[in-house]
Design a protein around this ligand. Structure first.
Ligand SMILES: [Fe+2]
Length: 181
């Protein structure tokens, strides 16, 4: 899917959820910032970035795990497998799927190459819920506060936290080495 169509698709799906759209626009922008480390993969990561949260759109909700729902929706409308994989696996998806008994559903999608999964997770975790740039530690703290102890997302993100922060660190290091932001 081309960037312009991906943008319009995400915009219309998230029209009723303005904060998710604001957040998605920042994730999209962060993917542009990563251009120096993405090279030829910039386009696929940017397409996945703008679409990464479409699983929250009412027309996409199915299992309730928004990464899987988004990826399934995108697969239904013919989006390339590489983009669907990035949407399916972004951020804490593997941990949430394990908590929810949805690992088999997640495995309908091929796990993306680590560098690209690191990249989209970096973009998501440096973008706040209102679309501002945030540091990933406070972003994860905010998610933990928003969902509260006992919620599946809280349990998944607590378990995933060290791995997620390591992913962000790897990307930040590559970006610094490339002379980027
Ligand atoms: Fe996100």
């Amino acid at each position: 899917m081309k960037l312009s169509l991906a943008y319009r698709t995400a915009e219309s799906l998230l029209a009723g959820i303005p904060l998710r759209w604001a957040h998605s626009c920042r994730v999209f922008e962060q993917a542009r910032v990563l251009a120096p480390v993405l090279g030829a993969d910039e386009e696929v990561v940017r397409v996945a970035a703008i679409l990464h949260d479409v699983g929250y759109a009412p027309s996409a909700v199915d299992t309730g795990q928004h990464m899987i729902d988004g990826a399934r929706y995108l697969r239904r409308i013919g989006v390339d497998a590489e983009v669907c994989s990035l949407v399916a696996y972004h951020s804490s998806s593997e941990w949430e799927a394990a908590e929810l008994g949805l690992s088999a559903a997640l495995s309908e999608f091929r796990r993306p190459p680590s560098e690209l999964l690191d990249a989209i997770t970096y973009c998501d975790l440096t973008s706040g819920p209102d679309g501002t740039v945030v540091d990933p530690v406070s972003r994860l703290d905010e998610v933990l506060r928003r969902y509260g102890t006992g919620h599946v997302v809280h349990r998944a993100v607590s378990a995933a936290r060290p791995a997620l922060l390591a992913m962000v660190d790897r990307v930040a290091k590559r970006l610094a080495e490339s002379g980027g932001a």
